[in-house]
Design a protein around this ligand. Structure first.
Ligand code: SF4
Length: 251
């Protein structure tokens, strides 16, 4: 599948606009997502890995709260591997499925100690071999933990990419593949942070705040919003008047 010229032109415009809104210095550590905040405090891929596992099927605010509580007491593979399971559950309780996740972070910590000397591996191939690490988690660790350009694709990135017409996909996995083929690599490092921020701030799943958005001209979703419908009605109305005027003049 080839990428149309209009999409190629659209990408720099979108990225510049979002960077101006949410990351004016272009520094991921000044982001607002749970992962960006963790990296701002301490650049440690292990903390990114654990937070990303906690974030699965969970709101970002809850991930941040659970991560802070957990890392205040346990912030190393050794600490989590040998922690009391009930204590881990208590600390990460803000996130969904906290009981399973307590087991999962303990399992991944033990495996890191056994196979990698307690160090998070820095390649996609090794990361994906770890328990509870799928493509999105591996890419998050590479972006936020190692500063490697990748495109972690969650539901926000998926929704925003489809609305902006960058992809036409049904699932985040397909979106990631299309974005990798479409978006120039210079934008990969920030796209996750920027699209998540935009998806929470303006381009919300329900009730997006389109009047504050710069992308109404090409957004695929805008025509279905109340503002888009009102704009179409306003454009059509003068034509109705003109045709009425014509019919009146023939009477
Ligand atoms: S116009 Fe509305 S729906 Fe479209 S990208 Fe902007 S905020 Fe999202």
């Amino acid at each position: 599948m080839t990428t149309s010229a209009s999409i190629r032109e659209r990408i720099p415009f979108i990225m510049r606009d979002l960077a101006r809104r949410y990351l004016p210095a272009g520094d991921l550590r000044q982001g607002e997502t749970a992962l960006a905040k963790i990296v701002a405090e301490r650049e440690d891929p292990f903390l990114v890995l654990i937070s990303t596992i906690l974030s699965q099927r969970t709101r970002d605010e809850m991930t941040e709260q659970a991560s802070q509580q957990l890392f205040a007491k346990y912030d190393t593979p050794q600490g989590i591997a040998h922690a009391d399971r009930g204590d881990l559950e208590r600390l990460i309780k803000p996130v969904g499925f906290y009981r399973q996740k307590a087991g999962q972070i303990q399992k991944v910590s033990r495996l890191l100690l056994e196979r990698h000397g307690g160090v998070v591996p820095g390649t996609y191939e090794e990361l994906i071999e770890l328990p509870q690490v799928g493509p999105k988690t591996a890419n998050c660790v590479l972006v936020y933990g190692f500063g490697e350009p990748r495109i972690p694709t969650d539901t926000n990135v998926h929704r925003v990419s489809n609305r902006l017409g960058l992809v036409r996909t049904k699932a985040p996995e397909a979106t990631e593949q299309r974005l990798v083929a479409t978006v120039p690599k210079e934008y990969w490092l920030l796209i996750n942070e920027l699209f998540i921020r935009f998806g929470k701030d303006l381009c919300r799943p329900i009730g997006p705040i389109c009047p504050r958005c710069s992308f109404t001209e090409f957004c695929r979703f805008y025509p279905r919003t109340k503002w888009g419908k009102a704009t179409r009605r306003a454009v059509r109305r003068p034509q109705v008047h003109r045709s009425r005027r014509r019919s009146l003049s023939h009477d």
